[in-house]
Design a protein around this ligand. Structure first.
Ligand code: 13P
Length: 481
């Protein structure tokens, strides 16, 4: 049952950003920002792409009934991309083309091509993820909404999310969002009219994905120190039945997945410890290859939470240690990097530490990424993370991403967003459990997604996207998602 809407400031009910021009989406392999390092190698097969049909590739990915069927069609000449006029884009490993990939041989060339096609579509220029995979409980915290004001039911979660996925104004959300991360509940859910959620997403030109980690127990790793989250270091549950869940998710329409592991910073106690980093990165690497075996592109998310009073240098040191270890582990497990993407934290100060500017955050983040992330991976998508209560998390996340892309316009990956909380605060406060507010809430998610798409190009104008600001902030229990 939906609860009545609360009184809202007219600023958030008024349609905003309604008048943006319909820009022509770029075809992924046409180059442009975010596709440095060999634009012509971004397509998986010698494929003909219609530059006037930028959604063709995504549609081809959606249409596959199962991973095996998709691969069978490809080898029979069915093709992963639409037959159309346009430029022929050669691929490195297809057909009789020059073979340049001698590792990750546990995956066939077709399997790799399929994974790469999805990873490239997800990393399309100036697009990011809508992370809407919060569990019951945290989905309201993501919007900074008190559970007393919106009932935390599966029905309400479904009503809210079906509203999100259908944000209108063609081409709507898909102009800025490539992939939507779903909770397991949502993957099998339909809206009030009986439409499957995954169909709402694919119909609107986006790719559905699935969160697969099962979170962690706060009892944590025996013997590790209690960090700023108030519990020891942790590892995630969910590997045991992951293979079966990947196959189920693919059959249901998911084409990528997410797994988030949490690490804490405490320079005095030496957190994150070497042990926690090792468990975290191998857990993620194991997840990544299990996903790839079933045709799901893994989002690899080693999140170092910002809780604590450390300065930005402590986060820089920790993030570099973690990402070096992460890519070593991915290599050890045989992960196909071209068919995977990274979701890291930005390098920032601790929540109660000395505040760094967006420019300082951009410089420190880019320094660490350049030292650690191979250019074989097509995309880096930041989580938004926790912010201090006196900060507007949506605006901060957009400004920080903007600074990265404004100051460093030639990075060799698509450097983008996968925000949950920082995408949805104003939207959920506008919605507040009343379907009468759907149109206004849809304008809010569109506006913030456009702002983040602009930030991918370094052209976001600070303060130009309407936000509830800090008013909606409530204290969040960091950690669970
Ligand atoms: P944020 O809410 O911090 O952006 O996190 C998104 C997410 O997907 C975490 O795994």
């Amino acid at each position: 049952m939906l609860l009545p809407a609360l009184a809202l400031s007219s600023a958030f009910l008024a349609p905003h950003a309604a008048s943006r021009a319909l820009s022509t989406s770029k075809v992924a392999m046409n180059g442009g920002k975010g596709f440095g390092g060999g634009e012509a190698t971004r397509d998986p097969a010698p494929t003909v792409i219609d530059p006037n049909d930028p959604k063709g590739k995504q549609q081809a990915i959606h249409k596959a009934e199962s991973f095996a069927e998709y691969l069978a069609k490809r080898s029979a000449g069915g093709g992963a991309a639409p037959a159309a006029v346009g430029s022929v884009v050669p691929a490195p490993n297809a057909g009789t083309a020059l073979v340049s990939d001698f590792t990750c041989t546990w995956l066939s060339a077709s399997e790799k091509a399929a994974l790469k096609a999805t990873a490239d579509a997800l990393s399309a220029p100036n697009k990011g993820f809508l992370a809407s995979d919060e569990s019951a409980g945290p989905w309201l915290r993501a919007g900074h909404v008190d559970a007393a004001k919106v009932e935390d039911t599966a029905e309400n979660r479904g009503a809210y999310r079906s509203m999100l996925y259908q944000a209108p104004d063609a081409p709507g959300l898909s102009e800025h969002i490539s992939g939507v991360i779903l909770h397991w509940e949502t993957l099998f859910q339909s809206d009030a009219a009986g439409n499957k959620m995954v169909d709402l997403i694919t119909r609107n030109g986006m790719i559905p994905g699935i969160k697969l980690d099962k979170g962690y127990d706060t009892a944590g790793i025996p013997g590790t120190a209690v960090g700023p989250l108030g519990h020891p270091e942790t590892w995630d549950k969910g590997i045991d039945d992951l293979d079966a869940r990947c196959k189920q998710a693919y059959a249901q329409g998911a084409r990528f997945a997410k797994w988030r592991n949490v690490l804490q910073i405490d320079p005095v106690q030496g957190l994150p410890s070497d042990l926690a980093i090792t468990l975290c990165v191998h857990n993620l690497a194991q997840y990544a290859v299990i996903c790839q075996r079933s045709g799901l592109v893994p989002i690899v998310e080693p999140e170092i939470v910002p809780n604590g009073d450390h300065d930005i240098s402590a986060c820089a040191v920790a993030t570099e240690r973690v990402l070096v270890a992460q890519f070593e582990a991915l290599k050890a497990h045989g992960c196909y990097l071209e068919g995977a993407v990274l979701k890291p934290n930005m390098v920032k100060n601790g929540l109660t530490g000395p505040k760094a500017t967006p420019e300082e955050i951009a410089a420190a983040t880019v320094t660490v990424l350049k030292r650690t992330v191979p250019v074989a991976m097509p995309g880096i998508f930041f989580l938004s993370g926790e912010t201090a209560l006196d900060e507007d998390n949506e605006e901060e996340a957009t400004n920080n991403l903007n600074a990265i892309n404004r100051l460093y316009p030639d990075l060799p990956w698509s450097v983008s967003f996968s925000y949950g909380k920082a995408s949805q605060k104003t939207t959920i406060v506008t919605w507040m459990g009343d379907t009468a507010n759907d149109p206004a809430a849809q304008q809010a998610i569109l506006a913030r997604s456009k702002a983040n798409g602009d930030a991918c190009q370094g052209k976001y104008v600070k303060g130009s996207c309407a936000s509830v600001g800090v008013d909606g902030n409530i204290l969040q229990a960091a950690g669970a998602y």
